[in-house]
Structures are given as structure tokens and as C-alpha cells.
Ligand binder design. Sequence first.
Ligand SMILES: [Zn+2]
Length: 136
Amino acid sequence: MPLRITQSELEAYLEEALSPEEMAAVEAELRKRPELLRKLAEINGRRDAGVHSVGEIWRRNRISCPTRPQLGSYLLGVLDAEHSSYLKFHLEVVACRYCQANLNDLEQQQQEAGEAVQQRRTKIFQSTAGQLRRNP
Ligand SMILES: [Zn+2]
């Protein structure tokens, strides 16, 4: 049973006039229901013609960026489903540039770390193979 969210609640949300619990509840519903997001965009569009995207509204009203360790866990795929869908939403729908840049950076780091491990393994393998040859 989806939570009923009225027009006036959405307006209050835009004005950040709800309690933190209510803000969180509305935010959770918005993540699940694209039609609600569109409604929010409409309300906001009527108020301020300068705002064009849902992402813009979101950034303007909520600064809910995940931390760098959270982004790292997201990359490794070790977050629970809810958490991971929140980050996906933040990165792909909100398209937060800051977090996207952070994620790219982490991705590169993980890749470099992976290559270093591979090189170490190769070296160990070679020296082990060398010793085996010396001591038959
Ligand atoms: Zn962000």
C-alpha cells in the first residue's frame, strides 16, 4: 500500500517545511515512484520556471551525497539492495556531478590496485618458479 502524499505535502517538501522524519518518508516515496517525482517537478516548475530537471530540484532541495567509503562499497557491490538503489538513483537520476567524479576516481584507484596485485602475483610466481628450478 503506497503512502499517500498530497500536493500540499509535496509543496511543504520543496520548502523543507516538514519534519526530518517526514522529509525522509517523502524522499523514500519519491525514489520509488516516478509519477510522484513528475508531480514534484510540476509544482516546482510552476513556482520557478528556471528549473528544468528533476535532478536540479533534487540537488537544490536535498544535499544527500553519499560518503566516499559508501561509493567505494557501491563500486565493489557490497551494499545492501536499498542502499545500493539509493546510490544508483543519486548517481544516475540526480546525476550528481560531484559523486560521479568521486566514483570515477575510485574506479580508477580500484583498477590500479587490481593491476598492482596482478604484478605482485606474477613476480611471486616467477621467483617461486625460479627457486623450484634451482632446487629440483
Ligand atoms: Zn552527490
